[in-house]
Design a protein around this ligand. Structure first.
Ligand code: SAM
Length: 153
């Protein structure tokens, strides 16, 4: 599946793991990707859920939304759409998705409790949430924690 992905999808990928290793995506399921970036995981999700399923990508920045739409269009994906969304305020109905995935995004949220509450709100009962991310094992030195440059690296 990865081998078949368009060059633009691969080049845009900046995830930190493989959320699809955590549970199987059932054909026909509705999937939400939080912080979809350039759309690589959307492409994988679209292939796994198939033509009877649907995939929604949510990203904070217009630039990534545009890039994901271009990449998916070039890859011939027809069961995925991308929206500009601040993930702490998901514009989706309660219990809309069978699975929510995210890759390298939760660590960037300044309001993780709200983000997790929103994710569980939009999941169907028994739905699955799988994410890959980075964690700190100890506190950052104060000068690094206060540095905008360090946060952006
Ligand atoms: C490290 S990139 C990961 C992109 C993608 N998941 C991947 O695996 O390639 C982080 C992405 O999260 C988006 N992002 C950061 N904070 C966000 C938020 N609060 N809501 C939605 N998207 C967010 C950024 O715009 C960026 O596209």
């Amino acid at each position: 599946m990865v081998e078949a992905a368009d060059h633009g999808l691969l080049e845009s990928f900046c995830g930190v793991g493989n959320p699809f290793s955590l549970f199987p995506i059932q054909p026909g399921s509705a999937i939400l990707d939080i912080g979809c970036g350039g759309g690589f995981d959307l492409y994988i999700a679209s292939r796994k859920t198939g033509p009877t399923g649907s995939v929604v990508g949510a990203d904070l920045t217009e630039a990534m939304v545009v890039r994901a739409r271009e990449n998916l269009s070039r890859a011939g994906v027809t069961n995925a759409r991308v929206q500009k969304v601040e993930s702490e305020f998901l514009p989706f109905a309660n219990e809309q998705f069978d699975a929510v995935i995210s890759n390298g995004v939760i660590n960037l949220s300044p309001a993780k409790n709200i983000l997790f509450a929103e994710i569980f709100r939009v999941l169907k009962p028994g739905g699955r949430f799988g994410f890959a991310d980075i964690v700190l094992e100890k506190d950052l030195p104060p000068d690094m924690a206060a540095s905008a440059d360090a946060w952006a690296q």
